[in-house]
Structures are given as C-alpha cells and as structure tokens.
Write a new protein. Sequence first.
Length: 169
Amino acid sequence: MSASPSKAEGPHEEDVQSPETEDKEQEQPAMYEFEVKEQDRWLPIANVARIMKTALPENAKIAKEAKECMQECVSEFISFITSEASEKCQQEKRKTVNGEDILFAMTSLGFENYAEALKIYLAKYRETLSRGGESRSGPSGSTAGAGQGSYADAFGHHIGNGVSGADGY
C-alpha cells in the first residue's frame, strides 16, 4: 500500500468492496471471453460484394454504402439463425451445430422457402462428399472459397437434374 494522503482518511477503498464491485469483478472475466468487435462479426465485404454481383447485370455497379448495408444485414441474419440453432443444441445437450439444426432454425423463424433451398444444397453437398471422399472442401472440390460456385446453384440458379433454386429458375 502506498502512503497517499487520500487513503489516510476513513476506510481504504481498496479494502472495502461493495456488492456492485464484487459483481463487476466476477462478471469481467466472462465478459472478456465473449467480447467481440462489431466489425469482427461481419462477413468480409469483398465476399458480400462478389455474391451481390452475381445477381446483377455485368455492367452494374454497387455503391459502397449498399455493400456495407448488405454486409451488416447478412451477418446479422447469420447470427440470428445460428443463435436459434444453438439454442436447439443446448436443449438437446449437444455442442455441435449441424445442417439439420440450421434448417430447423430457418423453418422455426419463418424462412421456410430458404430452408427448402438449403435442404437441397445440403443433400447435394453430402452426396458430393460421399462420392468423392472430399474433406470439408465443398461440392466444387476446391478448398479455396469452398462451395462458392455451388452457392449460386443452390440459391437461385438451375442446379441440374431438373431441380430449381429458391427463386424458381
């Protein structure tokens, strides 16, 4: 302890802890474990822009603020769905969120149309994995940008075998 004049008067602040101080000290370690910067929760803007461009004519441009808005929206959507899927896992005392959990969450939150398209994608993804013996590389077989080409196939473009994506094309 230092001999500063302010500590000489009355009880030492360091020695006396209020219930508020104790609560804060107990909460702090947990808070730091889960503290994430807002920007770190978002998907990379280049990836978002690349996906946006697939839905636009070749000569179309996308404003920076449109990319940023979409980046926040899709990141929030992913967090929303994942949170619901995670709750299901916790109730079932499981630690790993799987594809069925995501499908369940999307359906229970009112995104049935997207869940149907995702169900088709998931089936094709698993079929490709079982045929090719690939590991976590996605249906395209490439580990870089896993599944990028298949994303468009499952969510909006003709998949083949007469199956259509979410928008009916």
